[in-house]
Design a protein around this ligand. Structure first.
Ligand SMILES: [Zn+2]
Length: 89
């Protein structure tokens, strides 16, 4: 099954990649609802968040936390509130 995230991982949908390893990638939201909003996705297709195994879910969360800390460190006054929000789709 393919989805927009598979296209992004394959490089056929343009995004601003801010992190990538063998398991996940992160990119700036195309239509952000908050300053500094980004998405962390598994590189392998997953139908739903609840379908990820424990190791993958932990890695997604770890990378999301590290990026949130980095974003918050850029301008803590402006981004602090937003950097602490976490949404799971
Ligand atoms: Zn997919």
């Amino acid at each position: 099954m393919k989805c927009i995230f598979c296209d992004i991982v394959a490089g056929s949908a343009p995004v601003s990649v801010i992190y990538r390893d063998a398991i996940v990638m992160a990119f700036m939201a195309i239509r952000p609802t908050a300053p500094g909003e980004c998405l962390v996705i598994p590189q392998a297709h997953v139908d739903h968040f609840t379908d990820m195994d424990d190791d993958l879910a932990q890695h997604v969360m770890l990378i999301g936390q590290r990026i949130g800390r980095a974003v918050s460190a850029v301008d803590r006054k402006e981004l602090d509130e937003h950097a602490r929000r976490l949404a799971i789709d």
